[in-house]
Design a protein around this ligand. Structure first.
Ligand SMILES: *Cc1c(COP(=O)(O)O)cnc(C)c1O
Length: 408
């Protein structure tokens, strides 16, 4: 039997996403088998002892570990450039478990203000019950991190680009501020990013010194709107702590969802590259449309933080937000709803990152429970439509938006 020769240069994300750690394997199935089992037969009773002593080759129970799940975890760690990865039943399970693994009562978290709704509400409604406080800084005032940091600060948490205005946080600046703060307070502070919106193909947080990536694999990694999953990627020691907590909290990934994710990752680069190019073309077309007041897309020269996008993003992503210009006598939100209801290809649905283009109205969905003051603070207006651009033919997408917008 012949082994595949080792490649002489570092591998691209596409290759890692397809082959995982099996690149040099010369036997066994090409596709990952689905270990749809809750438990595992011990060869002898000694196996239980070997597991208890930490032998990773002994499988015991799927809430602890599963070979299909493990296969995806290895791929994700390789793709994202982390030492280790843990897969979860959802993005929220990944976020909450990663944070609880390294916080204790009395701790403080510093976070940028524009967050995924589920994360924001968990910070606001649940963490205070554990006596964990979250203090917010604006993306344009990252210097406040140094003022807010204290010996109780355990995590600095952020997202970029943010939902739905696609505002950017300067990652290099944020990490620099945290490292300065560490010297003042005399302790290590973990920098944690939710990288869901950009995905690893468009933004490489570890190259900026970020410590932990959390991500909803439901979105770009899964990419087909058919699974719910989440991931935590970081150092071996950190992921080990997360796994320890995950055993108790129980947000383990399902083997079949893990299989679908592993399959999706094989086309991750193809999909995201196409989503990037479709989004740029669509954003340019929308910018020319007379029923569009404003297009927010990091790849457009008109985008407020376009220079930062060029500096820190490897691709501009598949998310666009537009503000509709209503016809006379119609309110902005009515106009936005008319556009969404008249699209024939793009689907009016929550979520993002799939092969199909999805649209949603932030004031009707992700931001429905926010007060007018909060909406203003987040820059969200009633006429906004968030577009998650899919991989359809770009001419079809542009035509679809043009006809629906004409009815705004
Ligand atoms: C969807 C999403 C989440 C939550 O992920 P689920 O898989 O739905 O639990 C977290 N962060 C961001 C930015 C998201 O878009």
């Amino acid at each position: 039997m012949k082994r595949t020769p080792k490649p002489s240069q570092p591998l691209t994300i596409a290759t890692r996403a397809i082959h995982g750690t099996k690149l040099y394997a010369y036997k066994g199935p090409v596709a990952t088998p689905i270990y749809q089992t809750s438990t595992y037969r011990f060869e002898t009773s000694e196996d239980a002892i070997r597991y208890a002593k930490g032998d990773p080759s002994v499988y015991v129970y799927t809430r602890y570990h599963n070979p299909t799940v493990h296969d995806v975890e290895e791929k994700l760690a390789l793709m994202e450039g982390g030492e280790s990865a843990a897969l979860f039943s959802s993005g929220m399970a990944a976020v909450t478990t990663a944070i609880l693994a390294v916080t204790k009562p009395g701790d403080e978290i510093i976070s940028t203000g524009a967050l995924y709704g589920g994360t924001y509400r968990w910070f606001r409604d649940e963490l205070p019950n554990n006596n964990i406080t979250v203090n917010y800084v604006h993306s344009n005032r990252l210097n406040e991190i140094e003022k807010l940091a204290s010996p109780r600060t355990s995590i600095v948490y952020f997202e970029t680009p943010t939902n739905p205005t696609l505002d950017l946080v300067d990652i290099a600046e944020l990490v620099k501020r945290v490292r300065n703060a560490e010297r003042v307070v005399g302790k290590k502070i973990l920098v944690m990013i939710d990288n869901t919106f950009a995905s690893i193909l468009n933004q490489d947080p570890f190259s900026y010194g970020v410590d932990v990536i959390v991500e909803s694999a439901t979105k770009y990694l899964g990419g087909h709107s058919d699974i719910i999953a989440g991931a935590v990627i970081g150092s071996e020691a950190f992921v080990k702590r997360v796994r320890g907590l995950a055993k108790h909290h129980g947000g383990c990934a399902d083997p079949f969802a893990a299989y679908l994710l592993s399959r999706s990752l094989k086309t991750f680069e193809l999909r995201v590259e196409r989503q990037n190019s479709n989004a740029l073309a669509l954003a340019k077309a929308l910018e020319r449309h007379k029923k569009v007041k404003r297009v927010l897309y990091p790849g457009l020269p008109s985008f407020p933080k376009h220079q930062l996008a060029r500096k820190q993003m490897l691709g501009f992503g598949g998310m666009i937000t537009i503000e509709v210009k209503p016809s006379k006598g119609r309110s902005p939100v009515e106009a936005a709803a008319r556009v969404c209801d008249n699209l024939k290809i793009a689907v009016n649905a929550m979520s993002l990152g799939g092969v199909e283009t999805l649209v949603s109205i932030p004031v009707y969905s992700s931001h429905i429970f926010l007060s007018d003051a909060e909406l203003k603070q987040h820059g969200v207006t009633p006429g906004m439509i968030r577009i998650s651009v899919g991989v359809e033919g770009i001419a079809d997408l542009i035509a679809d938006f043009e006809q629906a917008l004409s009815l705004a």
